[in-house]
Design a protein around this ligand. Structure first.
Ligand SMILES: Nc1ncnc2c1ncn2[C@@H]1O[C@H](COP(=O)(O)OP(=O)(O)OP(=O)(O)O)[C@@H](O)[C@H]1O
Length: 262
């Protein structure tokens, strides 16, 4: 499928200068409204952005700027009011509920702030849950290398309550990586972790991109977390207002100060 670059509308920056064949996900003129009339909230206002395969992107912006809404629309967890979302070469609009569930299960990995592990299952059972639900045998060699990389080999029989927060989030990362999805979305994946565990989880996401060619997009408030990314996309009032390549915690902080000063 060839998707023409969207013409610039309403002055919103259009960050879609990525060829289709290396695009993992794309939003095109994406808008999301909640409510109607005078009380309507424009959570996203004409957002166009593409995510290159094998790249790590952080989405930042003030509280209420639309970060979670953008991520949820990209991941097919919420529907757009206008515009489109494309994962790989699949346009999400028009998919049936069943097709959407299958796409989320097979092609998208999730790492949430609250870990979202099943408390009654062991770490290993949590990691293989998506493939078990799909009735697929996990790729044992791949699984073994992911578990080894994430330092979980001696924790596989533990239930989440027997693991630290950092270990639980490593299990969630392993679950996301196990299915080799087109893209992994992380909604504040280090929001509940201390700085050491945050560093571990971000290091895992970073190396999944650098070493394994994975595509990762996270929402974060933390400039240090954004410093692990290849690129930062800044949102304000539901619009993309800036972009930074090869960020460091300091350059992210500077850019955020500038945005707040505008
Ligand atoms: N279900 C909903 N109903 C009504 N308004 C909503 C709903 N979800 C989000 N909003 C509004 O949409 C806007 C964007 O919200 P969103 O959660 O995407 O922001 P955010 O940048 O992720 O914020 P935060 O950093 O505080 O998590 C906000 O004004 C919010 O109040």
């Amino acid at each position: 499928m060839t998707i023409p670059p969207p013409p610039e509308r309403s002055g919103a920056p259009v960050l879609t200068d990525v060829p289709d064949e290396i695009t993992a996900a794309r939003a095109v003129h994406l808008s999301k409204y909640y409510g109607s009339g005078d009380t309507q909230v424009r959570a996203l206002d004409d957002v166009s952005v593409a995510f290159r395969r094998g790249e790590f992107t952080a989405i930042m912006g003030p509280s209420g700027s639309g970060k979670s809404t953008l991520m949820h629309c990209l991941a097919g967890l919420d529907s757009a009011s206008d515009g489109s979302v494309i994962i790989g070469d699949t346009e999400l609009r028009g998919l049936s509920d069943k097709e959407m569930t299958r796409l989320r299960r097979d092609r998208i990995g999730f790492v949430f702030q609250a870990f979202n592990l099943v408390p009654t299952l062991t770490a290993l059972e949590n990691i293989t849950l998506p493939s078990d639900i799909a009735g697929r045998k996990p790729d044992r060699d791949w699984l073994d290398s992911v578990v080894g990389r994430l330092g979980l080999r001696d924790r596989l029989d533990h239930r989440p309550s027997e693991l630290s927060g950092g270990q639980q989030q490593r299990v969630a990362c392993a679950r996301a990586l196990a299915g080799r999805p087109d893209i992994i979305f992380g909604d504040e994946p280090t929001g509940n972790l201390d700085s050491r565990s945050s560093g571990e989880v971000l290091g895992i996401l970073r190396s999944s991109v650098t070493d394994l060619g994975q595509t990762v997009v996270i929402v974060t408030h933390d400039p240090r977390a954004a410093g692990y990314a290849d690129r930062v996309v800044f949102l304000a009032d539901g619009r993309i207002v800036d972009e930074l390549r090869d960020p460091t915690a300091d350059t992210v902080l500077d850019r955020m100060k500038n945005l707040e000063a505008v």
